[in-house]
Design a protein around this ligand. Structure first.
Ligand code: DAK
Length: 269
């Protein structure tokens, strides 16, 4: 399988599995990730996602250059559309998604990590947007998400020069928020994701949705949206459980994921 899906407790682990080509993203890999996300969405017990790469060397070395080399502009646009749809879906996915960047994260690989909510890197990881060296531009959201995640100055440095940076530089730039020894990375990512999986699912999804709005749109409207959503949290059983558990000095036991979109409004606990 070019992309593996495994369950580890309450976490769905997606592994890009084409290590011979450094997990370069082909259209079929993108389609398979989409199918796995469908499956995760249909599995209430899978409450958080970790994405990583197989092998010692790469998280993902980008879009598959062999596949792109002879593309017409129309085919290139269709491929970029596939990538954009996937990155948008991960960014908007109603469960937390953690990138465990175990090696090279270049081009589409860096963009895949940027679409995730939390980025953890192995100390051996390298990041970059080398598209400019191929005579093209970042095509899976890199001209936007890198600047939003780090800074305009850092993003321009990377996208204009195509240079790679190591995990420590990525950490200082805010491109990742955790760095671990290579051999500990996956365990640390699964541990973090398991913690998220134990959290209040509705509140996590809403917090993610609202935080995604932070750098775009109308600030006043976003704040009003937060106000309404905060109030709605008081219609969820998790609010009562979270506060009861705090007052009773115990660990909260949050509700199962309910597939109903009216989850929050249907319960008054
Ligand atoms: N695609 C295909 N194969 C790749 C690959 C890639 N991105 N990256 C590596 N490989 C393959 C190599 O060809 C090699 O295969 P064999 O020759 O053994 O068959 C194998 O992986 C091992 O790589 P190397 O032999 O090169 O290993 P090194 O240690 O020497 O170098 C490296 C590692 C990561 C520095 C080097 O492989 C490298 O520079 N790779 C390319 C990285 C890169 O430029 N990535 C960005 C790809 S462009 C768009 C949509 C999307 C995008 C753009 C436009 N539209 C359609 C508008 C996104 C673009 C990208 O992501």
């Amino acid at each position: 399988m070019p992309v593996d899906l495994e369950r580890r407790g309450a976490v769905a682990l997606l592994t890009l599995n084409q290590p011979k080509v450094l997990n370069a993203l082909s259209p079929s890999m993108i389609e398979q990730i989409e199918q796995h996300l469908d499956e995760i969405e249909g599995a209430p017990a899978a409450r958080a996602v970790v994405i990583t790469g197989a092998g010692e060397r790469a998280f993902c070395a980008g879009a598959d250059i062999k596949n792109m080399r002879t593309a017409s502009p129309i085919e290139a646009r269709a491929f970029a559309r596939l990538g954009h749809d996937l990155m948008d879906r991960i960014e908007g996915f109603a469960r937390p998604v953690v990138a465990a960047v175990n090696g090279f994260a270049l081009g589409g690989g860096c963009e895949l990590a940027l679409a995730c909510d939390i980025r953890m890197a192995a100390d051996s990881a390298r990041f970059g947007q080398p598209e400019i060296t191929l005579g093209i531009i970042p095509g899976f959201g890199g001209t936007q998400r890198l600047a939003r995640t780090t800074s305009l100055g850092f993003a321009k440095d990377l996208v204009l020069t195509g240079r790679m940076v190591d995990a420590e530089v990525a950490l200082r730039a805010g491109l990742v928020t955790h760095v671990h020894p290579r051999e500990e990375l996956l365990a640390k990512a699964l541990e973090l994701a398991e913690g998220l999986a134990g959290g209040p699912a509705w509140a996590l999804a809403e917090t993610k949705r609202l935080t995604n709005l932070a750098l775009s749109g109308d600030h006043a409207r976003n704040l009003a949206n937060e106000l309404d959503t905060f109030a709605l949290a008081f219609a969820t059983p998790d609010q009562r459980e979270g506060m009861d558990a705090f007052l009773e000095k115990r660990t909260p036991s949050f509700a199962d994921i309910d597939d109903s979109p009216n989850d929050a409004t249907g319960e008054t606990a």
